[in-house]
Write a protein that binds this ligand. Sequence first.
Ligand SMILES: Cc1ncc(C[n+]2csc(CCOP(=O)(O)OP(=O)(O)O)c2C)c(N)n1
Ligand SMILES: [Mg+2]
Length: 569
Amino acid sequence: MKSDLTVRHGGRILADALVAQGARMAFGVPGESYLPLLDGLLDVKDRLRFVVCRQEGGASYMAEAYGKLTGEPGVLLVTRGPGATNGSVGVHTAYQDSTPLVLLIGQVGNDMVEREAFQEIDYRRMYGQMAKWVAQIDRVERIPEYVSHAFHAAMAGRPGPVVLALPEDTLFAEAAVADVERHHVVRAAPAPADMARLAERLRKAERPFVIVGGGGWTREATQSFRVWAEAQGLPVGAAFRCQDLFDNRSPSYAGDVGIGINPALARRIKDADVLLAIGPRLGEMTTSGYTLLEVPQPRQALIHVHAGPEEIGRVYRPALAINSGYPQFVEALSSLQVANPAWKESTRAAHAEYLEWIKPRPMPGALQYGEVICWLSEHLPEDAIVTGGAGNFASWLHRHFQYKGFRTQLGPTNGSMGYGFPSAIAAKLAAPERTVLAVCGDGDFLMNGQELATAVAHGAAFVALVVNNGLYGTIRMHQEREYPGRVFGTTLHNPDFAAYARAFGAHGESVERTEDFPAAYERASRSGKPALIELRIDPEAITPSTTLSALRQNALRAAGKAGPSRPGS
Ligand SMILES: Cc1ncc(C[n+]2csc(CCOP(=O)(O)OP(=O)(O)O)c2C)c(N)n1
Ligand SMILES: [Mg+2]
């Protein structure tokens, strides 16, 4: 790379450093604390697009989604205290989702640090537990070094977020300093001896099962892995919200190992004798609350493959520990032959159970939401990106949608509400040629509904579904289970969602019957604008397989009381 030793201010050095590290898009909300950086971004605007958002929470999800989709660090720019606190949700999400992200925060000048100056926070303490690395750049000439370090740290091993605070004087100061070349992606590869041990364990296995998950995969690695797993006849499940790591149509696919797991699949995993986990952390959601495997010594012979060495043995003491990046691991795997004809029947049965599980059951009301998801699964292009947030509405998506290729799913494994809508904006801007669909709840959507303005301003034309049940449904569900009939704090007063969308200049409409959905979707997707379709579902339909009344009755029966036949919500 050519050394540029002309004098530049800190903001320009930083903008050039981001470009040098490969950043092509950044998300954020401006602040007076980083004016030199804004000035620097103006000079590189043809190489680095700055997507200005309406709230740092939405911007942070966009940066996280960009990182998840592209595998390159998402870049987030926020101002001091209020910007940094608003933007923290995307950092937490990136940490739990193993997504590379670089957060740049304006900071008070070094001349007034530690006085609790205007909006001052010590980000090392604030973000200490939420990020892989937090630093403050105190000298202008060290900006390229810090940015190089940040991109390396975000990508290395288990990817994750890093935070750089930018004191005002560092940004305003000038220096003649060279840019640093683009970062490496540092990931381990498995040792041949470990691959030999793995082969031996798998060959002897009678009831093997594979779970794929985690961040740091590539399209090629997921495709090679599928070819290998099918050739060996192994059953494969996908960790919570990692359903796009394995083509759901594959005869080897056994379903998603997440919230509301198919009981038959849970049994299969509990009964496995060898469990090969490639990438998942084996966290609370993927292990059904640490019940599928016993803590700390699982009954199954666990082969845990993870890119972050500190993840292996964190909860479960594996029979075989392999610290490796997933593309590196899959490459080593490709030459192993472990197939056993005895597995064939159980893999076939696992896939059949999965196909049975994803058939929608009738639910109360004229709008059969499960059928809508099945229609979308059949009609969207194979490479469509489907984003989702947190809430019971997502259960239908997880259960009935078949993910067909790598990075067709963007969802927060930390269960963070408000993710679906802004992440769809980032997806559409990063991959304009692909169809994007956001699936949101009524509670979930309004956590970042203001980003409709961002979608319209940047021409991100995608369709968002808002599943309106007038409830914080997930919490109401738990409330009925734990305190039947004592409804409190879980009912929503909603706006007219379609009118809300239209007020921003987006397309908006509402659907109340299953048969009206396809035409509404066609109109929305052809509108050429960001589009919102409100789906008015019966609040009784609380999950794909039960109703609020049934939950309440069961809970009352368990408590020895008779209850009303239907809750009045
Ligand atoms: C940021 C955030 N706040 C609160 C919660 C707790 N929470 C989980 S689901 C949920 C309700 C979701 O409501 P909605 O989006 O309407 O979906 P529904 O369950 O009704 O389908 C809440 C409040 C959360 N997961 N994330
Ligand atoms: Mg709701």
